[in-house]
Design a protein around this ligand. Structure first.
Ligand code: ADP
Ligand code: ASP
Ligand code: MG
Length: 426
């Protein structure tokens, strides 16, 4: 068994879906095809959830209608025999969202409400992909991951119960033998606390790569291939740098470091489930299925011949100081971090002095709440709108070139890596 994962950019239009069919059709082993929501559907569904929660229903329904039209235009272009049936299937999912929006009582938990709506992007895309594969004579079984991938109830950042999920998935596959399965990325399910139906959960934005890795781990897959709009793992984001170089082979260690620093090409959580079972991860170009791309595997080799640049944008630098002048590392670190995690913030860098600790976190709507919480006990200063630049294999010339004309608010260097929190001048 192998796992193929197709991201939103790959399945954003009819041509992309036809290309997926062609790639899947050429596979020589049994496959689980993990699919993201099409194009920017997840962002659009986030807007639906926000409008719905704020009771701006007209705006929510307008946005939902755009999502409907977008998916209908793609399936219209695909000229399917079972077009009407597929359209009914998509409509049923959209109606489920509409029912949630119309509910009279206000949802108590935003994150739970969000997950019920935002997870629908993957439910729709997988219905489409499954139908198109069937019509191309690639008979497949549809896996509803909201029933098979069991998670806890941490909505928007759910943790997978590996034991229950393995049981569910293996049992389902045993009872529904096939050479091709189609599964949603990004979503899982949890038991509702009220004892009713299962509730859908999501694994964190951009989490479909992670889903593919989880499925591979649970099924002891031979490999995972994630098909991307780039030639493979490059030494920098090609949207930000012109002369990028392909890195053909990386260790799990280098890959997780790059991903955690902000290299968007792989979700940082993807590596662990693969490393645990030494399953190789191929990153290959969707546009050219003959190209080999990159492999991330169990190797001792380190990236050494090219410098690697990673920009992590939209950062907030927060400096926290105990008001009583106590030593921050000895007396307060635990408490500070429990506040940070309580607000679901991801820390990208830490630096400390005797009485201060500075952390960089991704901008999110939770940052203000967290700062207010910290201010109850600590003095807090912060800067928004920053970027974190990580350079692996750096030299003074490289640093000078990359940081020219920019204000460095904090720097941190180790033997291999230099990191800078930067304010880019307007
Ligand atoms: P998906 O279609 O799976 O959602 P993403 O858009 O999340 O894919 O990730 C692919 C993008 O990652 C590329 O378009 C590229 O701009 C960006 N990227 C950032 N850093 C790198 C890197 N080091 N190598 C390759 N791509 C990178
Ligand atoms: N559709 C989800 C998102 O856009 C998950 C993913 O694409 O990986 O965040
Ligand atoms: Mg993505």
């Amino acid at each position: 068994m192998r796992v193929y994962k197709f991201g939103g950019a790959s399945v954003r239009n009819a041509a992309g879906i036809r290309n997926l069919v062609s790639i899947v059709g050429k596979a020589s082993t049994d496959l689980v095809v993990v699919v993201s929501a099409m194009g920017k559907t997840t962002n659009a569904l986030e807007r639906v959830a926000d409008f719905g929660y704020r009771r701006e229903l007209e705006m929510a329904f307008r946005q939902l209608d755009d999502i409907r039209q977008y998916h209908y235009s793609v399936i219209d272009e695909l000229s399917l025999r079972y077009h009407a049936l597929l359209r009914d299937g998509i409509e049923a999912i959209l109606q489920e969202i509409a029912t949630l929006l119309r509910r009279q009582e206000l949802p108590t938990d935003y994150d739970e409400y969000y997950d019920q709506i935002v997870s629908c992007g993957e439910l729709i895309s997988t219905q489409i992909v499954s139908c198109v594969l069937n019509e191309a004579d690639i008979t497949n079984v549809y896996l509803d991951m909201s029933k098979l991938l069991r998670t806890d109830a941490t909505h928007r950042d759910a943790h997978v119960d590996m034991v229950l999920s393995e049981n569910n998935l293996r049992k389902y596959i045993r009872n529904h033998p096939a050479t091709c399965y189609v599964a949603q990325g990004y979503i899982g399910g949890t038991l509702s606390l009220s004892g009713g139906d299962m509730l859908r959960t999501t694994l964190g934005r951009e989490g479909s790569d992670y889903s593919a890795a989880i499925v591979a781990n649970l099924l002891d897959a031979e490999s995972v291939t994630i098909w991307k709009d780039v030639p493979g793992v490059l030494n920098a984001d090609p949207r930000l740098f012109d002369d990028t170089v392909l890195i053909p082979k990386l260790s799990y260690y280098d890959a997780v470091e790059l991903a955690y620093s902000g290299a968007q090409v792989i979700h940082p959580k993807t590596i662990r489930p693969l490393e645990n079972k030494k399953i190789p991860l191929y990153v290959r170009p969707f546009a050219d299925a003959t190209a080999e791309g990159s492999v991330i595997c169990d190797t001792q080799e380190r990236i050494s011949n090219v410098p690697v640049y990673i920009w992590r944008k939209r950062q907030v630098l927060i400096t926290i100081r105990p008001k009583d002048f106590s030593f921050v590392l000895e007396d307060s670190l635990n408490q500070i971090f429990s506040v940070i995690y309580k607000h679901h913030l991801k820390v990208s860098l830490i630096q400390s002095s005797a009485v201060t600790v500075s952390v960089c976190v991704d901008e999110s709507r939770h940052v203000d709440e967290m700062i207010d919480d910290l201010k109850k006990k600590y003095s807090v200063t912060f800067n928004m709108g920053l970027s974190l630049l990580t350079i692996r294999g750096t030299t003074p010339e490289i640093v000078k070139k990359q940081t020219a004309g920019k204000t460095i608010l904090l720097s941190q260097t180790t033997r291999r890596t230099a990191r800078y929190v930067i304010r880019e001048e307007q």
